[in-house]
Ligand binder design. Structure first.
Ligand SMILES: Cc1ncc(COP(=O)(O)O)c(C=O)c1O
Length: 407
């Protein structure tokens, strides 16, 4: 990977400072920086063809339709869906997971049915299931994590019962960052008629995703975590399942006709789920982000990030004051500086121009497993460098002086 030319693509990496120091952005699990080509694509829409989508019969509107649907096609190829009609535009992973919970599960599950998740899930893959289960009288159950914090096939099988109807898991979780055996989970679950929902927020941006190979039923992900704009995301669903799902909002754009008696004919998926004016600049921007990531290569991105992670872990392990919670995973690094409240730690990193995340990272029941309330988290993307990690490590090394350095 030609890091120098990659970094040149990102305006935020060229001249932006924090606390008077060049920005070192290590909070990519929260959101990612945007390359110039994505910014240009969004601006192009806003400045040259800023009409509505699927609404007009004039040239401008046709151009919007063409760009908007082209972006859907690009996303379809990005995750290897079988048709672009399986790609629903949403506002992000949270919206996508809510759509499956309220549009699919609420319709098809019954009292005493079970939904399996893990304690490492993000709030958006937890709270909608709590609520839907409450409404139906169903139950949310947890697949136990193993000693390393992983979801194993063995534990999935043990947690499943004849009442299990849905398994919903992050392919890579946002704090522990482990991969789950998604392909095996899908194969096993499908033998038992169970629907599998994937939260791809932390996996799709970083690696090759092939929904047909995984055979996952639904997959949710966010544009802003993969160099795209905020406010746009995707729900992939197998077409026959989308056909069995209720829209969670209704309005213009989703129906072919309705009458005064309230008889409504909905459009086919994905349009029945996209009521209201869509986030057009978000969609075209996300399409461009996918093309950009593909031009670098998703496997190359994954391999480089793993090297960065291994380098950071090796260095962190030499610092006595650092406690690492997920040495063996592939995603973010969750750690603490012994005796330092994580938010104080983040503030110190900030002083050195380094953006890291502190807190519970929206995974608020994970503390029961981790045994600590909050952690620091660094998460890399393909534009980060070894030199940035060295600077991050230098701050970690402040060790006993860490608090002194802060106050
Ligand atoms: C694993 C995981 N799931 C879901 C989400 C929610 O994503 P969004 O806020 O883009 O909807 C996040 C965001 O951090 C995440 O890391």
């Amino acid at each position: 990977m030609d890091i120098k030319s990659i970094r040149a693509d990102f305006p935020m990496l060229n001249g932006v400072t924090m606390q008077g120091k060049p920005l070192i952005y290590l909070d990519n699990g929260a959101t990612t920086l945007k390359p110039q080509c994505v910014i240009d694509k969004v601006c192009e829409y806003l400045t040259t063809y800023s009409g509505n989508a699927h609404r007009g019969d004039y040239d401008l509107s046709h151009q919007v339709d063409q760009e908007f649907e082209h972006a859907r096609e690009v996303v379809k190829d990005f995750i290897n869906a079988s048709t672009k009609d399986e790609i629903v535009w949403t506002s992000g992973t949270t919206d996508s997971l809510n759509m499956v919970a309220y549009g699919y599960a609420l319709k098809h599950l019954q009292a005493d049915d079970e939904i399996l998740i893990s304690v490492a899930e993000h709030a958006s893959n937890t709270l909608p299931w709590f609520d839907v289960a409450n409404q139906i009288g169903a139950r949310v159950k947890y697949i136990p994590l193993d000693e390393y914090g992983c979801v194993t096939m063995e534990n999935v099988e043990k947690a499943m019962t004849k009442n299990t109807k849905i398994i919903s898991l992050a392919l890579v979780t946002n704090v522990l960052g482990h991969h789950i055996p998604m392909k095996d989970i899908c194969a096993y679950a499908h033998q038992h008629g169970i629907i599998v929902v994937g939260d791809g927020a932390q996996s799709v941006p970083h690696e090759v995703t092939d929904v047909q190979d995984l055979d996952v039923d639904f997959l949710a992900f966010s544009g802003h975590k993969m160099c795209g704009p905020t406010g746009i995301g995707v729900l992939y669903g197998k077409y026959d399942l989308l056909n069995k799902m209720n829209p969670t909002r209704l309005g213009g754009g989703s129906n072919t006709r309705y009458n005064s008696c309230g008889i409504v004919s909905l459009k086919k998926p994905p349009y029945r789920f996209e009521s209201g004016t869509p986030h057009i600049e978000g969609a075209v921007g996300l399409g461009k982000a996918c093309e950009y990531l593909q031009s670098i290569g998703l496997q190359e991105i994954y391999d480089y990030e793993q090297q960065l992670r291994a380098y950071a872990i090796e260095k962190l392990k030499t610092i006595d004051q650092v406690e690492i919670y997920n040495e063996t995973s592939t995603g973010a690094i969750a750690f603490n500086i012994k005796g330092v409240f994580s938010q104080d730690g983040a503030s110190l990193f900030n002083k050195y121009g380094i953006a890291v995340r502190a807190g519970q990272h929206c995974a608020k029941i994970l503390d029961e497993y981790l045994g600590v309330n909050t952690t620091l988290r660094v998460s890399f993307y393909f534009y980060n460098t070894y030199e940035e990690i060295d600077q991050f490590i230098d701050v970690c090394k402040k060790g006993d002086d860490f608090l002194d350095a802060f106050f």
